[in-house]
Design a protein around this ligand. Structure first.
Ligand SMILES: [Zn+2]
Length: 159
């Protein structure tokens, strides 16, 4: 049996010069302000984590991740994603489709590295990770460069 679920997340940029790096899909993107949040604010991994929660119904961000972040000081969103994957139990992720809306930074040159990083974290072939990025053309807060929004659809095969 197959299940599919959507996840979404958005974060505002830190002010320029805050020193926080921009982490997207588990990689650091140089030359752009980081995103605000208690963790590394990896909005791509958060959207994927939320989609995986949509498969198994156990909230990870806001609960398990808050505990890891606020009590144990774990800021890496990759750890939260791993927790979400653990809850899949008899299900296995087979495909992830990711849609990013960001006026900045330009992501085209980083998409293949992001795909490889996400494939490795989720134990899925790179060919089963698809990412599109749009600029938003000034229409939304994300299209005006105030932050980044991501949607992810995760498909999983379940026993
Ligand atoms: Zn988030």
């Amino acid at each position: 049996m197959y299940f599919s679920a959507i996840g979404q997340d958005s974060h505002r940029f830190e002010p320029e010069g805050s020193g926080k790096p921009l982490t997207l899909g588990g990689i650091i993107i140089p030359g752009c302000a980081g995103l605000a949040g208690n963790s590394d604010a990896d909005v791509v991994l958060h959207a994927i984590t939320n989609a995986i929660s949509g498969i198994h119904g156990t909230p990870v961000l806001g609960r398990i991740a808050d505990d890891l972040c606020l009590r144990q000081g774990i800021k890496e969103s990759a750890v939260y994603l791993k927790k979400a994957i653990e809850h899949l139990k008899s299900c296995a992720v087979v495909h992830i489709s990711i849609s990013i809306e960001a006026q900045r930074p330009k992501l085209a040159d980083h998409l293949s590295a992001m795909r490889e990083s996400i494939a490795s974290l989720c134990n899925v072939p790179v060919a089963h990770i698809a990412i599109t990025a749009t600029s938003g053309e000034g229409l939304t807060a994300f299209g005006r460069g105030e932050g980044i929004q991501v949607f992810a659809i995760v498909s999983a095969r379940c026993e």
